[in-house]
Design a protein around this ligand. Sequence first.
Ligand SMILES: *[C@@H]1O[C@H](CO)[C@@H](O)[C@H](O)[C@H]1NC(C)=O
Ligand SMILES: *[C@@H]1O[C@H](CO)[C@@H](O)[C@H](O)[C@H]1NC(C)=O
Length: 225
Amino acid sequence: MTRSTFFFICFLTLAALHGIHAVEYLVINNATTTRGGIRFTNELGADYTKDRMAAASEFIWRILQQNTPEERINRPQVIFFVDQESQYIAYVINNEVHFHDDYIENIKGDIKWDFNGVLFHEMSHIWQNGVGKAPGGVIEGIADYVRLKANYIPAHWVKAGGGDRWDQGYDVTARFLDYCNGLRNGFVAELNKKMKDAYNDSYFVDLLGKNVNQLWTDYKAKFPN
Ligand SMILES: *[C@@H]1O[C@H](CO)[C@@H](O)[C@H](O)[C@H]1NC(C)=O
Ligand SMILES: *[C@@H]1O[C@H](CO)[C@@H](O)[C@H](O)[C@H]1NC(C)=O
């Protein structure tokens, strides 16, 4: 064993021991006394939430083909908050995922299933490219595409072919992106990679050979509602 090999192996061992690239997940309940905050503690809890954040990350890295830490946004820590005041059900800012306690209070049906759907969507914002730069419809569409692939599809979603515009966002764009991904396996991952520095509709032409409006027309024709 050469000297440099020896040091390399030491380095690898240290890296493994300290989990150099591991992401730390934290949970802060800032609504411990409200009905939603209490429900969070009793029916979900910090440990469960951290596990699901890690599972969501692994899933998103696979869908977006971010196979190594170098291909991911550098986020040593992701922090989940339960908030008392918010105008949104949930949102992401930088490395923070915020859930409104009112949302948790009012979940009907299976609380974990509903919570995971929103969590996988929000965690996508943690790892996807172009947040705050690319059009909102594209960003929300990719986040809901992840939710679709994770099979947390709420009853109120449009079916395939639904919606008026490809960039309407959320379920409408997610279904359209799923169609595009069917034309080229890995399309959504490649689109996301291209969005690292800027967004341009021409990425659809680059990857699929057709402009996005033509693709939307093809898609609507394939799924007449
Ligand atoms: C907790 O909630 C209070 C009241 O809504 C707010 O002022 C405070 O900034 C919050 N703390 C965190 C860490 O979000
Ligand atoms: C988008 O891409 C097209 C085709 O490559 C190019 O002509 C156009 O300038 C780009 N738009 C922006 C805003 O970069």
